[in-house]
Design a protein around this ligand. Structure first.
Ligand SMILES: NC(=O)c1ccc[n+]([C@@H]2O[C@H](COP(=O)([O-])OP(=O)(O)OC[C@H]3O[C@@H](n4cnc5c(N)ncnc54)[C@H](OP(=O)(O)O)[C@@H]3O)[C@@H](O)[C@H]2O)c1
Length: 366
């Protein structure tokens, strides 16, 4: 028989009606640790039932309990203490600090604070130790609240693929060209007349974000600061007519940690053996964060984006590069691994470290 109450963490979603907000709702349904008790969006949506305000775009139905919830104003009063934020950057810059100042743990998808020196930009498999930065945030000292961010969706897949290589061999140069899905632009995103049968070789600020965030994520915590990875990097970012899943062509020049050139088998072993969260039992973390696909024409977004429930980065086509040392192709799901799923696994990590407080909530799942 089920208890009347179960222990879970009450969570809210800020920006619940958007592309990433919907992914949060989908991924948190039946989550063993978190239960959505609050949804907020803009004034256009506030006061409406979720099903009337949100244009549901995912291929699983909106959970009935969520569909009937009323959207709250985007204000900290009455919000739970754990907030998944999926706001446009300009809005996030104003709203996220207000929630952190009110004592909330804000787990953010936006770029507003990712590069702030006191704000951790975290991928649990890559740089969990960077969470130390929250202790230096004034909100943390004054109210207990803080902001933790996950990266830009195109940096996410790249960094996961590079981390095991950087650890074993070092990396001196990174050259990457992205082919990014339309869902990365939110909803309604890029006009169909602009993208159908087309490639758009420009995504505002994306190359700058990808370059800066990659080096911060692969950087080292030194005292209370992050020293970015000392590598040269160039990113070319393109929007392509794919629904979900960012594909990236990557060339790298390795460092000299081995004292000799690394072999192809050693690179493949670095990916295969990369399981830094093994044994931690974080529900959203994939068993294999980076998965090698041997077929010569993979990974492909249509076939491979949902590996590891959308949390695994697929890599393929590893071969020598005529300019740098090695080149390969990677794919990651932009709204799962690159956004909502990344924030959820960050929250799971915070929970496992005792930085989120569980409370008793009414039993019964959506
Ligand atoms: N899509 C991706 O693949 C992806 C990946 C990584 C990171 N991100 C980042 O995640 C964030 C959200 O992206 P998205 O794709 O979900 O965008 P989106 O589809 O445009 O959704 C934006 C959300 O923000 C809400 N909002 C707008 N103005 C607001 C205001 N003044 N106050 C409160 N809420 C407001 C919207 O509510 P209404 O419906 O009421 O307007 C909606 O819920 C962005 O910073 C984006 O860069 C996106």
């Amino acid at each position: 028989m089920r208890n009347e109450h179960e222990i879970a963490v009450e969570v809210g979603i800020l920006g619940a009606t958007g592309m990433v907000g919907q992914r949060f709702i989908q991924l948190l349904e039946n989550h063993p640790w978190f239960r959505i008790t609050w949804l907020a969006a803009s004034d256009r949506s506030s006061g409406k039932r979720y099903e009337d305000a949100a244009k549901w775009r995912l291929d699983t139905p909106c959970p009935e309990r969520i569909a009937k919830m009323t959207i709250s104003p985007a204000e900290p009063d009455g919000a739970p203490k754990v907030i998944f934020a999926a706001l446009d950057t300009d809005i996030a810059r104003d709203l996220e600090p207000r929630f952190a100042a009110a004592g909330c743990a804000v787990i953010s998808n936006s770029s507003a604070f990712r590069m702030h020196p006191d704000v951790p930009l975290v991928i649990p498999e890559v740089n969990a130790d960077h969470l130390h930065l929250i202790e230096g945030q004034s909100w943390r000292r004054e109210s207990g609240g803080y902001i933790v961010t996950n990266s830009n969706c195109s940096a996410m897949g790249l960094v996961l693929a590079l981390k095991p290589i950087e650890e074993r061999f070092g990396i001196e140069q990174i050259f990457v060209t992205t082919m990014q899905a339309v869902s990365g632009a939110g909803y309604p995103g890029v006009a169909s007349m602009d993208i159908l049968g087309n490639v758009v070789p420009y995504i505002k600020s994306e190359e700058e974000k990808m370059e800066a965030e990659t080096l911060k994520l692969l950087g080292k915590l030194r005292g209370d600061a992050i020293v970015p990875l000392n590598a040269r990097m160039s990113a070319h970012c393109n929007r392509v007519a794919v629904e979900d899943g960012h594909t990236e062509s990557v060339s790298i020049k390795l460092g000299n940690k081995l004292g000799r050139p690394a072999t192809r088998d050693e690179l493949l072993a670095a990916w295969a053996e990369f399981r830094p969260l093994a044994g931690q039992d974080l529900p959203m973390a994939p068993a294999q964060p980076v998965e090698w696909i041997a077929a010569e024409d993979r990974p492909q977004p249509r076939l491979d984006k949902n590996r590891g429930r959308g949390m695994t980065v697929s890599v393929g086509r590893l071969r020598p590069c005529g300019l740098l040392d090695w080149k390969f192709t990677l794919l990651s799901h932009n709204t799962i691994r690159g956004a909502a799923g990344a924030a959820i696994v960050n929250a799971e990590l915070l929970m496992s470290l005792g930085k989120l407080e569980p409370v008793a909530v009414a039993a019964g799942r959506a």
